[in-house]
Design a protein around this ligand. Structure first.
Ligand code: ADP
Ligand code: MG
Length: 237
């Protein structure tokens, strides 16, 4: 179940990395505009969860984020809300096609959940969120991506397919999220993830979330993130 701010003190929460920003305690402190605040209330979010308290200000300040947290900690909003702010700043500058924000997740089910959650907030700005994972027709996905979208939620395999089919380029991508990175690697997606990383400009903002930190993920962090704010959340047992 969800970890509330009240439980913050009871949690093994640690922050590392160069000059981590001060955590926020309320969504009001994030500087979101009225439209986004309305979407947050409409979603029923009253207070940020522990990981949101630390990841929101870090991501909003443009820092890379490494979040080590278990399921149910509220990771999606932690990376989606700053993504929307980033895109609002970026989309006037770059009217090209292809997603500005890309979210990679290990399975279709997880990608679907993230897609649903992202759309709740993206609606505030009428942003298009395209879905690129199995179970949906590739034809529809190609059409969707070619029509232009600001955000794509994808599994690594399907993303590679769509790039190969020239349905999508990542030339405009400046905000990348690797969600459940350990599971992506367990499922054998390391090559695909690294290939996708190689197609995104290196000066992007990168957020990586993982429940565990095996050696392979530590290497990925070293390769893909720059000076990240490292957040660990979880009641250790
Ligand atoms: P995780 O990815 O860490 O497993 P999710 O982002 O899927 O967690 O969030 C888990 C559930 O908690 C979702 O139903 C989500 O809508 C809800 N949730 C997330 N943040 C908040 C919040 N600040 N207040 C209330 N509900 C929240
Ligand atoms: Mg999640």
């Amino acid at each position: 179940s969800l970890v509330e701010y009240e439980d913050f003190a009871k949690m093994e929460m640690s922050v590392a990395g160069f000059a981590p920003p001060k955590p926020i305690k309320t969504f009001q402190q994030c500087g979101f505009d009225a439209q986004l605040m309305a979407a947050i209330s409409k979603a029923g979010y009253e207070r940020p969860t522990a990981i949101q308290c630390q990841a929101l200000p870090a991501a909003l300040s443009g820092r890379d984020v490494l979040g080590v947290a278990k399921t149910g900690s509220g990771k999606t909003a932690a990376f989606v809300l700053p993504m929307l702010v980033h895109i609002m700043d970026q989309r006037e500058l770059d009217k090209g096609s292809g997603p500005i924000g890309l979210i990679l997740a290990p399975t279709r089910e997880l990608a679907e959940q993230i897609h649903k959650e992202t759309r709740k907030f993206a609606r505030a700005y009428s942003m298009r969120v395209s879905a690129a994972f199995g179970g949906l027709s590739k034809y529809e996905q190609v059409k969707d991506l070619k029509n232009g979208c600001e955000i794509a939620v994808a599994t690594p395999g399907r993303m590679i397919d769509l790039i190969r089919m020239k349905a999508c380029t990542l030339l405009r991508t400046t905000y990348l999220v690797l969600d459940e990175a350990d599971r992506m690697f367990e499922m054998g997606f390391e090559t695909q993830v690294r290939s996708i990383l190689g197609q995104i400009r290196p000066d992007r903002q990168t957020l990586l979330f993982s429940a565990t930190m095996p050696r392979k993920i530590q290497r990925l962090v070293a390769d893909a993130l720059t000076n990240p704010v490292h957040i660990t959340v979880g009641i250790e047992g």
